[in-house]
Design a protein around this ligand. Structure first.
Ligand code: AMP
Length: 289
């Protein structure tokens, strides 16, 4: 595996690979790799001839009060994992090379990114779309892979690709979960034992919502109330949002119809040693009614 921090070097390497006619698959990450990331890597490996993974903790997508500083950093282990996965190239740039001091250009999707997580984390998606645009421009991949766990993010990336005519195909891969259903996330490391136990209620609530839809419940409000009940009685988390939306555009719906997104975002007041602070977990399922 080639590892490079240099944008110039990466561009040269990509040029060489492109000349051979190979298709480039790209998986952007913030590191602290887990099976969720690895599932994207496995899929990308299967569907492309040359696989590039980036590890970059993007300061632009964290607000000043968020967890940029304490975000888990595990580069040694990550490199070993990626080597074992036979990734061709790891791009691991330094922050000041991605954002030089006079950086002043941003890419912003203005509809989808105002909803749900965008409401609670103003500027977050603008940070994501700016860095992904930069990475796409640097790498020029044929295919790029995103997790359904961050469904809103994946839709927004698809939208900027369409709106701005990027020549990349976006693939969304299923959420990988712990045995008890908790969606894998680098942020799960922040949870205390008690919170970790409670956190499984997120997926339990989602499954119950799915069951209600299968049982022909058409009223989103009733389902949201039930999710809320499950969350409140099984955890001390404070709910950021519980939402049932049209899965195509995340618009509100009055009636369950077609493909719907059911999403939960909740804060756990982590008291876990060095990682202490608020931990925001998100999860979702897509249900076809
Ligand atoms: P991150 O390192 O958190 O920026 O995530 C990098 C990519 O991995 C994103 O496309 C995420 O949606 C995806 N991802 C994170 N957690 C999971 C998971 N549990 N299952 C599948 N994909 C995931």
């Amino acid at each position: 595996m080639i590892t490079t921090k240099s944008i110039t070097n990466l561009k040269k390497l990509v040029k060489k690979v492109k000349k051979t006619g190979k298709t480039i698959g790209f998986v952007p990450t913030m590191g602290a790799l887990h099976e969720g990331h690895l599932s994207l890597i496995d899929r990308a490996k299967k569907e492309s001839n040359y696989l590039i993974v980036s590890i970059f903790i993007n300061p632009l997508q964290f607000s000043p009060s968020e967890d940029f500083k304490r975000y888990p950093r595990n580069i040694k282990i990550d490199k070993k994992t990626l080597k074992e996965k036979k990734v061709n190239l790891l791009f691991y740039p330094q922050t000041d090379k991605i954002y030089n001091p006079d950086f002043s250009t941003f890419v912003e999707e203005t509809k989808l990114s105002k909803k749900l997580c965008g409401k609670s984390r103003p500027g977050h998606f603008k940070g994501v779309t700016t860095v992904i645009t930069k990475l796409f421009n640097i790498i020029n991949p044929d295919l790029s892979y995103f997790g359904q766990k961050d469904y809103q993010q994946a839709l927004i990336i698809k939208k900027i690709v369409r709106d701005l005519n990027f020549a990349v195909k976006i693939k969304i891969a299923p959420t990988i979960r712990e045995k008890d259903g908790l969606a894998l996330s680098s942020r799960n490391l922040y949870l205390s034992q008690k919170e970790r136990k409670e956190s499984k209620s997120i997926y339990q609530a989602l499954l119950q919502a799915k069951q209600m839809i299968k049982n022909n419940e058409k009223n989103p409000k009733k389902i949201i109330n039930q999710i809320n009940k499950i969350m409140v009685s099984n955890s001390t988390a404070s709910i950021d949002y519980i939402a049932i939306r049209d899965a195509n555009n995340l618009e509100e719906i009055k009636e369950i119809k077609g493909k719907v997104f059911i999403g939960i975002a909740a804060y756990f007041d982590s008291l876990n040693g060095e990682a202490a602070g608020k931990t925001r977990l998100i999860d979702n399922i897509i249900v076809e009614s």
